[in-house]
Design a protein around this ligand. Structure first.
Ligand SMILES: Cc1cc2nc3c(=O)[nH]c(=O)nc-3n(C[C@H](O)[C@H](O)[C@H](O)COP(=O)(O)OP(=O)(O)OC[C@H]3O[C@@H](n4cnc5c(N)ncnc54)[C@H](O)[C@@H]3O)c2cc1C
Length: 467
């Protein structure tokens, strides 16, 4: 397996629970993927917090500690991931400081060349190397003489002091960074290509995703109608802040959970600008013809997805996205899986758990010719809609965008067809120690066993130290 970020960890646990031998190669010296700021190229800035809330965001059977806030910080997410790896004893299967340089088919499996110079052979390959490592820089007419950086290089608002800064792009990172600069920069601007719906992090005193998960699942048109009404009631008409009116319904673009940005726009310490038309020396010219002298451009314009170590042609790409069945299974190679190259409108880690379980079961299915055939026939003929019938805006980011509930429905369809049981709470307990049995031990015993560490972790957020 390639990568020991959250997706790789979910995969490692699933392989372990199914008794499938595996090795993980991680180019960095530690676990955590993007959440480890010391991982070169990590896009995590100091003010990063999870966008999904803690009770919705955990891996199955491994909750975040009670004392965590609704939206944990990047440090807390990193600590959580490392605690997860320790609780399920995954570290011993990870080879750190080892880059996977090249993967080529060999027989029915894979030949994997590592940065150590070794070449090793494996029957199956899971690529879990992440989606945020190749910054995408837009091209504008003209030339800019100021400083120009991608958002992935940004860490602290101190970098902006007394500069005139323009953030280009209003995804969640772009909005967070714009809020940082609004408080520190000499002048702060954000350029938005289109109008967006801004979702508050709390609604009626609850994290938004907790609120949204309550009650019956409504048809998508009704959810859009009700949520649109709610946002209109809470935020009002956003054109009063110089923002464009959204050209799409709510949920038709990746949700932006941020109301701080409206606060800063309403205080005038952040100015909304339309899309950039051209660059002219030290000045940015916007599509509406207005001009602003700018010292620093921050491009919060996303990432190109790549699997640079896979031999050319192993995965077909369409509009910058790999063409995978259920965003997971190679269509050409039954022994190749890609975990993590998808975007969805909810927390990702339980989706990773489901995907990881499907991969493990698909590997086991290949031990029986009949079952392997049954699976490949299903994939070949299956028509499914994991977009949930939503008409997403036309952009690379939203090409093949996944609706969380539609995806879980599709997972259930595949499980039913293949007779694979669902993963339900308690599924992973036998590869860690059951928590409840050790609840009393925690108070008496020194932290000597993994189980005690795990219980202590859940209650206090102490236990496994950062490794
Ligand atoms: C600002 C921000 C906020 C986010 N907030 C949330 C949120 O609130 N909720 C949520 O669910 N998700 C969130 N995400 C999504 C985030 O991508 C996931 O949390 C998660 O980090 C993805 O895990 P991953 O394992 O797929 O990728 P990564 O975290 O990128 O891990 C991939 C690992 O693979 C390693 N690797 C890469 N190439 C190689 C190679 N060739 N050889 C060996 N190792 C390699 C990397 O070093 C890395 O450790 C957020 C993302 C960002 C950028």
């Amino acid at each position: 397996m390639v990568g020991a970020g959250p997706a790789g960890l979910a995969m490692a646990r699933a392989l372990k629970v199914h008794g499938i031998a595996f090795e993980v190669f991680e180019r960095h010296s530690a676990i955590g993927g993007i959440w480890d700021q010391s991982n070169p190229g990590s896009p995590i800035y100091n003010s990063t917090h999870f966008i999904s809330s803690k009770t919705q965001s955990n891996f199955l059977d491994f909750e975040m500690p009670d004392h965590y806030p609704d939206y944990p910080s990047h440090r807390q997410i990193l600590a959580y991931l490392r605690a997860f790896a320790r609780a399920y004893d995954l570290q011993s299967s990870i080879r750190f400081n080892t880059l996977v340089k090249h993967v080529a088919p060999r027989g029915r499996g894979w030949s994997v060349t590592l940065s150590s110079g070794e070449t090793r052979e494996y029957a199956w390959l899971v690529a879990a190397s992440g989606a945020n490592w190749h910054p995408r820089m837009p091209h504008f007419a003209g030339a800019f003489t100021g400083e120009s950086r991608h958002a992935s290089t940004y860490r602290s608002p101190e970098e902006f002091k007394s500069k005139r800064v323009l953030v280009i792009g209003a995804g969640n990172s772009g909005c967070d960074i714009a809020c940082d600069i609004a408080q520190t920069a000499g002048a702060a601007f954000i350029s938005l290509r289109r109008g967006y719906h801004f979702i508050p992090k709390h609604v009626f005193g609850q994290p938004f995703d907790v609120f949204a998960a309550q009650g019956r699942h409504l048809p998508i048109w009704l959810s859009q109608f009700l949520l649109g009404r709610l946002l209109r009631a809470l935020n009002g008409d956003l054109t009063r802040f110089g923002l464009k009116r959204p050209d799409h319904k709510v949920l038709e673009s990746h949700p932006i959970l941020n109301t701080q940005i409206l606060h800063h726009l309403s205080h005038g310490n952040l100015i909304a600008k339309p899309h950039v038309g051209a660059l002219d020396g030290d000045t940015v010219v916007f599509e509406d013809g207005t001009r602003e002298p700018i010292d620093l451009l921050i491009h919060a314009t996303g990432y190109t997805w790549k699997l640079p170590y896979l031999e050319e042609g192993l995965v077909a790409w369409e509009g910058g996205r790999p063409d995978l069945y259920m965003k997971l299974f190679s269509r050409e190679h039954p022994r190749l899986f890609v975990l993590g190259l998808f975007e969805t409108n909810a927390a990702g880690y339980k989706v990773f758990d489901n995907m990881a379980d499907l991969v493990a079961r698909a590997i086991l299915a290949q031990r029986s010719r009949a079952e392997a055939h049954r699976l490949s026939e299903f994939m070949r003929t299956d028509k499914h809609d994991i977009g949930g019938g939503i008409h997403y805006v036309k952009s690379e980011r939203h090409a093949g965008y996944v609706d969380y509930l539609a995806y879980l429905k599709q997972v259930a369809r595949l499980r039913k067809y293949m007779d694979w049981p669902s993963i339900v709470p308690g599924h992973y307990d036998h590869v860690s120690q059951p928590l409840d049995q050790h609840a009393t031990v925690v108070d008496r015993a020194p932290q000597s066993s993994g189980a005690v560490r795990l219980e202590t972790w859940r209650r206090n957020g102490t236990g496994p130290p950062l490794a």
